[in-house]
Design a protein around this ligand. Structure first.
Ligand code: FAS
Ligand code: PHB
Length: 396
């Protein structure tokens, strides 16, 4: 193509979300070159408000990437999580039930910022606002990635392509339909999220099953709170004033939390659709899918970001083993290993969503079964331990 600039790298990473940035940093630490192509600007990527809870395995991986300094200083370790139903709150002792494991509250935005800053400091190449990414030849030994930057056509030669471009990305869409199988469940509701600079209503998260619908009380720090309300799937955020949100949230909380709730102006409000989705397999020749490009979970189990990290742990180890050890064993095993963990997280996220949300179609019997499930969960140590070991993150 005339005027086309030629670039060369070992791994082309499509997408500068947490999956792509974490992979880039882990490869860089092992002396492996990668170029990240990101459709949006860095500010746009940082402007997205998403996950908030990190499994200990994710924290360890961020540490392996050398990006855990601020996380250690500002992250909030949590030993427990709370379930509220029938107007009463019940604590699940995560640490006590898992031999001391915790989760850490630290926003995905901050994880992304830390990874971006590390990549920039390392002088590693990220092309933001890369338009029209198009994959070629990932079934051969010389894949190419074509894209436009500032209107100039460019081609990136590479040995492997990591599809870290999220659910709506180009990589999974580039795979011929006959080569990929997808599994999906779309839920009949969404989450209306609000971020505000007010102290959290409780020191630990509260997941609520209420006749008006699900609610979640989370946080980003002890001065910044994150709340969610179950809402219709097609809800418009402009139909929700701050006051309407706070009143609806207060109505779903137990009396102590309702009295303790501090309200304030929303910094951000948005509606997220909920779906469960998995693509199989995750490898197509020299193309590997990871993160939301490969799977989606309803955020009820706090697994989305953590599952992306899990994929990146397996994929980064496999690429290091190939480039630095000459073995393809990890690459050959990637899809099977990642999918084994993905489906367990899909199950847990589906189970938490089914137990905590209002499903009008299940009727009064279905609602009674939900309450029986919750009563059993908080009164059985075995059942609580099952929730706890999934919530803190199953072993790799
Ligand atoms: P991401 O979607 O984060 O990143 C993909 C990147 O690829 C994006 O920056 C995108 O711009 C880029 N891209 C897309 N197409 C491209 C192309 N053609 N060329 C180049 N770049 C391209 N998880 C939780 O655990 N808890 C939550 O509360 C939670 N809330 C969420 C709310 C919303 C609205 C969404 C969408 C997700 C939420 N998630 C949550 C899940 C979320 O955190 C993801 O799991 C996480 O962002 C996954 O990271 P990535 O796989 O990097 O994908
Ligand atoms: C969040 O803080 O955004 C959050 C926490 C736990 C979840 C989902 C979202 O399960």
């Amino acid at each position: 193509m005339p005027g086309e600039a030629e670039l060369r790298t070992q791994v082309a990473i499509i997408g500068a979300g947490p999956a792509g940035l974490l992979l880039g940093q882990l490869l860089h630490r092992e002396g492996i070159d990668a170029v990240i192509l990101e459709r949006r600007s860095a500010d746009y990527v940082l402007g997205r408000i998403r996950a908030g809870v990190l499994e200990s395995g994710t924290v360890d991986l961020i540490a392996r990437a050398g990006c855990d300094q601020r996380l250690r200083q500002e992250g909030l370790p949590h030993d427990g999580v709370n379930l509220c139903f029938g107007g009463a709150r019940h604590r699940i002792d995560l640490a006590g039930l898992t031999g001391g494991k915790q989760v850490t509250v630290y926003g995905q935005t901050e994880v992304t910022r830390d990874l971006m800053e590390a990549r920039s400091a390392a002088g590693a190449r990220t092309v933001y606002e890369a338009a029209g990414v198009h994959l070629e030849g990932f079934g051969s030994s010389r894949p190419l990635v074509h894209f436009l930057k500032g209107g100039i056509a460019q081609t990136l030669e590479c040995d492997f392509i990591a599809g870290c471009d999220g659910f709506h990305g180009v990589c999974r869409q580039s795979v011929p339909e006959r080569a990929i199988e997808t599994f999906e469940r779309v839920y009949p509701f969404g989450w209306l999220g609000l971020l505000a600079d007010v102290p959290p209503v409780n020191e630990e998260l509260i997941y609520v099953n209420h006749e008006d619908g699900f609610a979640l009380c989370s946080m980003r720090s002890m001065t910044r709170s994150r709340y969610y309300l179950q809402c219709p799937a097609d809800e418009k955020v402009e139909h929700w004033s701050d006051q309407r949100f706070w009143e609806a949230l207060r109505a779903r909380l137990d009396p102590e939390a309702a009295a303790a709730l501090t309200t304030g102006p929303a910094l951000e409000k948005s509606v997220a659709r909920l779906r469960s989705f998995v693509a199989e397999p995750l490898r197509f020749g020299r193309l590997f899918l990871a993160g939301d490009a490969a799977h989606i979970v309803p955020p009820t189990g706090a697994k989305g970001l953590n599952l992306a990290a899990s994929d990146i742990r397996y994929l980064s180890e496999a690429l290091v083993e190939y480039f630095n050890g000459g073995s393809t064993a990890g690459l050959d095993a990637y899809s099977t290993r990642a999918l084994a963990r993905i489906w367990k997280a899909e199950r847990f996220s589906w189970w938490m969503t089914s137990m905590l949300h209002r499903f009008p179609e299940v009727g009064r019997f279905g609602h009674k079964i939900q309450l029986a499930e919750l009563e059993y969960l908080v009164s059985s140590e075995a059942a609580s331990a099952s929730l706890a070991e999934n919530y803190v993150g199953l072993p790799y």
